[in-house]
Write a protein that binds this ligand. Structure first.
Ligand code: ADP
Ligand code: MG
Length: 250
């Protein structure tokens, strides 16, 4: 579902991604851990082509998004391929950015109706199923300002799912929430995982990684330092830097 090979990325003088490789099979849940500044958000932005890479290959559901250096020439994928690949990805950020002037339901049907051009009735039916999945059926008509942060994030997850992505990426989806609201969002993400979705999740929630992830990837200074079964990486890290990080966040 996702292939990242030899991806390099510079931001100004910073060599932020230094030859990142990562592969995710259909239905796999992969959690990415790592200290602040290690390049986790940049990797997700590159996968979604919000940021172009400076070398390497990224494929989402078989569509290539990266740039590729052959000899001295950097080949860029055409816009249509990028747009197609992007449509396979649902993205959930730390700040949910719901449309403030639309209800929860309105937020969820916006993409399917306006972008995918699906019939409104069908989109509403689907949105109601998604609201049920994220435990928000009773708040379909609420505006974002009337919802807690956790509820807004659950609507944001439903909104991303409504676009029928093949891969869902989460960038610290619970980091901005009050501690008492973290659990409900993690529960929702667990449900999405149980539906068979392929997921790439940047998180500091070690408990979630341990219970839900098939694999854990540890990033440090723009590199993937470890990539293995969740329990191996969390309980028996190979690198001292991973062990030190896990001691800090526990
Ligand atoms: P993480 O998500 O793991 O905390 P980021 O991907 O946000 O890490 O950042 C990786 C590195 O890139 C950091 O060292 C950060 O300071 C740097 N960085 C992020 N954005 C920019 C930018 N616009 N210009 C220069 N450096 C940046
Ligand atoms: Mg980040």
């Amino acid at each position: 579902m996702l292939k990242v090979e030899g991806v390099n990325k510079w931001l100004g003088e910073n060599h932020v991604l230094r030859g990142v490789d990562l592969a995710i099979r259909k239905g796999e849940i992969v959690c990415v851990l790592g200290p602040s500044g290690s390049g986790k958000s940049t990797l997700l932005r590159c996968i979604n082509h919000l940021d172009p890479v400076d070398g390497g290959v990224i494929e989402v559901a078989g569509e290539r998004i990266g740039y590729e250096l052959r000899g001295d020439v950097l080949y860029e994928q055409d816009e249509r391929t990028i747009a197609k690949a992007r449509q396979h990805i649902g993205m959930v950020f730390q700040h949910f950015n719901l449309f403030g002037n639309m209800t929860a339901l309105g937020n969820i049907i916006y993409g399917p109706v306006k972008i995918l051009k699906h019939p409104r009735k069908e989109s509403v039916d689907k949105a109601r199923n998604l609201l049920a999945l994220v435990g928000m059926s009773d708040r379909a008509d609420a505006f974002p300002s009337q919802l807690s942060g956790g509820q807004q994030q659950r609507v944001a997850i439903a909104r991303a799912l409504a676009m029928e992505p093949r891969l869902m990426m989460f960038d610290e989806p619970t980091s901005a929430l009050d501690p008492e609201l973290v659990g409900e969002v993690l529960t929702t993400m667990r449900k999405v995982a149980e539906e068979g979705m392929t997921m790439l999740v940047v998180t500091h929630e070690i408990g979630f990684a341990r219970e839900v992830a098939d694999r854990v990837v540890f990033m440090d200074q723009g590199r993937v330092l470890e990539d293995g079964p969740a329990r191996d990486v969390l309980d028996n890290p190979k690198h001292e830097r991973t062990a030190a990080f896990l001691r800090r966040v526990h």
